[in-house]
Design a protein around this ligand. Structure first.
Ligand SMILES: [Zn+2]
Length: 458
């Protein structure tokens, strides 16, 4: 271990520098950590109290929610059991897109809120709004989760990730800024051999305490290191999210990096929702922050039965999410965890919607990469990126009639520029995008297996 004076100073002064905001994050994280050791009944009481406060607020402040409650004769003041929520309709991404600012509570000024967006089931981004109280809730929840593997605020983190504006900026000043901030970002959308070697050197010399990555990107990186016969310094822990972590990936990654992997399930709407503890036996649901249901055919799935994950969030009063359908599939576990935490578990989260494609020059490209190009194109109703063969990408666009072939060509051009010349990008307008045989309106489809990974692994 290197002597890290800057690091210990940074950690010790983090709260001071962040002021009131930072103190609040720590206070909330401490409360959350304590709740993990409540009795099951006390946790239930807490959930009921939180849910009722949210529902009453939504009833009084959001006409959309009030109308829905009244339509089914639901009185939030009379809530006595969480199962009563089953009478309320689900809230979908499509409704979120259609209602927009109408879902913001009337006592909040929309101009004071932060706008955020996530990819919907059709790949079209959905906008939603959060306030500073949500930011504190979200960061406290994240901190409490990372404490499970000994992380402290201010520890060094290396990200093999995308969706961040400055991942592509290079140069010494950029390096210095990231070093001072104790976060290095390597673009998972641009994973060439040269960048993987740079990343290996970063792990060896900068020595982060935590590595955060997409499983598929990390698997490709691990395969590269194995192929080249390179050993890498082990980070203290690895956190994977955004895709399902496959058992085979876990084996390879743990071997190469010689440290445990913690699988995390989260979303742009809610931050971290469930995560593995040191037992690595399913994902604990942060049940003091969310009421999570697994729904099959409109009703709660049986334990062990696959269903859609539906979330009621206790942390966003600016724009209440009540029984929000995530599009993710999961299975509830029944047995308590050996770690002793009271938080219930998902045995598994499957079918996360973001896929990945590989290009002939070895880049792994995630679904999120494409959805960014559609953020400001309200004329586009839905789209599908289809990799026909290794060198050809066909983008289908279904519009509301106000998207011209010229605009489609310009869009193809933009994406082509980012992806490079090894793959040919075309874009065309179609009248209707059909669901896949599975019934899913997938927005990233590839007929090409991930040969890059398979080749490197084999
Ligand atoms: Zn546990």
């Amino acid at each position: 271990m290197k002597l890290d004076l800057y690091g210990s100073l940074y950690r010790r002064t983090w709260q001071l520098r962040a002021g009131q905001f930072g103190r609040e994050i720590f206070r909330r994280a401490d409360e959350m950590s304590r709740r993990e050791r409540l009795t099951a009944n006390a946790l239930k009481d807490f959930q009921l109290e939180q849910t009722q406060a949210l529902l009453i607020h939504a009833y009084q402040q959001v006409p959309f929610h009030r109308a829905r409650m009244e339509a089914v004769g639901f009185d939030p003041f009379k809530l006595t059991d969480l199962t009563q929520l089953e009478r309320l309709p689900f809230m979908t991404k499509e409704e979120l897109r259609a209602e927009g600012l109408h879902l913001v509570a009337q006592s909040y000024d929309p101009k004071s809120l932060l706008e955020n967006a996530s990819g919907g089931s059709t790949g079209m981004p959905v906008k939603f709004y959060q306030d500073q109280a949500y930011t504190i809730f979200n960061r406290a929840n994240k901190l409490r989760q990372r404490r499970w593997f000994g992380y402290q605020m201010g520890d060094k983190i290396a990200y093999l990730w995308g969706a961040r504006r400055d991942t592509r900026i290079k140069g010494f000043r950029h390096y210095l800024r990231q070093t001072l901030r104790r976060e290095h970002w390597i673009d998972a959308f641009d994973l060439t051999s040269r960048h993987m070697l740079e990343f290996k050197n970063l792990l060896d010399t900068w020595q982060p305490e935590l590595l955060v990555a997409y499983p598929s990107a990390l698997q490709a990186f691990a395969a590269y290191l194995q192929n080249q016969g390179l050993a890498v310094r082990s980070p203290g822990a690895i956190e994977c999210s955004a895709e399902k972590l496959q058992a085979a990936q876990r084996v390879v990654i743990e071997q190469v990096f010689n440290c445990p992997i913690y699988d995390v399930y989260g979303s742009r709407e809610f931050g971290v929702i469930a995560a593995e503890c040191e037992q690595h036996n399913g994902l604990h649901i942060f049940a003091d922050a969310f009421y999570l249901e697994v729904i099959k055919d409109g009703h709660p799935a049986q334990p062990g039965e696959l269903g859609e994950i539906v979330i009621t969030c206790f942390g966003n009063f600016a724009m209440p999410f009540i029984r929000y359908t995530t599009g993710d599939l999961g299975v509830m576990a029944t047995e308590p965890c050996a770690c002793g935490r009271v938080l219930p578990r998902l045995a598994e989260v499957v079918g996360r919607t973001n896929g990945v494609i590989s290009t002939p020059d070895g880049k792994l490209v995630h679904g999120a990469f494409f959805s960014k190009f559609f953020y400001d194109l309200p004329q586009v109703k839905r789209y599908r990126v289809h990799q026909i063969d290794r060198a050809n990408l066909d983008i289908l666009v279904e519009s509301n009639g106000h998207f011209s072939p010229d605009q489609a060509a310009a869009l193809a051009n933009q994406i082509q520029t980012k992806l490079g010349e090894s793959i040919k990008v075309s874009c065309r307008l179609v009248s209707n995008i059909e669901p896949l045989p599975s019934g899913k309106l997938a927005y990233l489809v590839s007929d090409v297996p991930l040969t890059f990974i398979q080749k490197e692994l084999g």
